[in-house]
Design a protein around this ligand. Structure first.
Ligand code: ADP
Ligand code: MG
Length: 236
C-alpha cells in the first residue's frame, strides 16, 4: 500500500535549511498496524504529513497504492486525502462551537456524499458516542473529544488511518480506550499508523518503527524479527 523510497524533506526558513527527513525507506502493507516512535524533532510528524498527502517530499519517492505522490497536483492530493485517508490529531482539532455530530458531518461536506447525517451518527456510534452526538467539545471529556476525532476520521471509510500522538493529551485510561478503538478499526482491515512516545501504546501495534534525526533506526515486528522492508537500511 505504502512505498517510501529514500525520502528527504528539507524545510527552508529564509536562508536556513532544516533537514527533517534524511533518507527514509519504508514499506507498509495494507492492513498493518504500525507505531512510529522517536524523540521530539526526529521527523515523525513530517513523515506522517507526507504519508497523509498533506505535504510532498523534497527528494525521493512516495508511492501510495501505486500512485507517485511527488508529482501530484494539489487538487489530486486533496482528492487522495478525501477518498483514502483519515487523520487523528493530538489536540483533536474539533470546532468548539459545533456539536459532535456537526464536527463529524463537516468531514463529508467536500464532494457529493448522500446520507451525511446517517453516516455521521453511524461513525459516532462506532466509537461509543451514540449518546453524546449533540454535545459540544467543551461538554465532553478529552477522551470523548478524541473519539469524536476518530469518528470524523473514519466517517468516509478511509483505507488508511494516520494518528499523530492521539493519546498525547490523555490520561492512561482514556488513552487505552482510544487504543482499543484504533485496534478495533485495524481488526476491521484499516491500515493504522500511530505516532507515540509511550511504549505501552506502541506495543499495541504489530510493528514498531523508531526514528532518529530524520532516519529510521529500527523497524521491528511483533514476532521480534526485523520486517523485510527495513532490509538494506542501517542505523548510522
Ligand atoms: P517530530 O514529529 O518527530 O517531533 P517533526 O517532523 O515535527 O518531528 O520535525 C522534524 C524537524 O523538522 C525538527 O527539527 C523541526 O523543528 C523541523 N520542522 C518541522 N516542521 C517544520 C516547518 N514547518 N518548518 C520548519 N521546520 C520544521
Ligand atoms: Mg510530531
Amino acid at each position: 500500500m505504502i512505498e517510501v523510497v529514500d525520502v528527504q524533506k528539507i524545510y527552508r526558513m529564509g536562508t536556513v535549511e532544516v533537514p527533517a527527513l534524511a533518507g527514509v525507506n519504508l514499506s507498509i502493507a495494507r492492513g498493518e498496524m504500525v507505531a512510529i516512535m522517536g524523540a521530539s524533532g526526529s521527523g515523525k510528524s513530517t513523515l506522517m504529513n507526507i504519508l497523509g498527502c498533506l505535504d510532498v517530499p523534497t527528494a525521493g519517492e512516495y508511492i501510495l497504492d501505486g500512485e507517485y505522490i511527488g508529482v501530484t497536483s494539489d487538487g489530486r492530493l486533496a482528492e487522495i486525502r478525501n477518498s483514502k485517508i483519515g487523520f487523528v490529531f493530538q489536540t483533536y482539532n474539533l470546532l468548539p462551537r459545533l456539536s459532535a455530530l456537526s464536527n463529524v458531518e463537516l468531514a463529508l461536506m467536500y464532494g457529493r456524499r448522500p446520507h451525511r447525517r446517517a453516516s455521521a451518527i453511524d461513525a459516532l456510534e462506532r466509537v461509543g458516542l451514540g449518546d453524546r452526538i449533540r454535545h459540544k467539545p467543551t461538554e465532553i471529556s478529552g477522551g470523548q473529544q478524541q473519539r469524536v476525532g476518530i469518528a470524523r476520521a473514519i466517517v468516509k471509510s478511509p483505507a488508511l488511518l494516520l494518528a499523530d500522538e492521539p493519546t498525547g493529551n490523555l490520561d492512561t485510561r482514556s488513552g487505552a480506550e482510544i487504543m482499543d478503538i484504533l485496534g478495533g478499526l485495524h481488526a476491521e482491515g484499516i491500515t493504522v499508523i500511530i505516532v507515540t512516545h509511550e511504549p505501552e501504546i506502541a506495543e499495541r501495534a504489530n510493528r514498531i518503527i523508531t526514528m532518529r534525526d530524520g532516519i529510521i533506526v529500527s523497524d521491528t515486528s511483533a514476532n521480534g524479527q526485523h520486517s523485510s522492508s527495513s532490509s538494506g537500511q542501517t542505523a548510522q
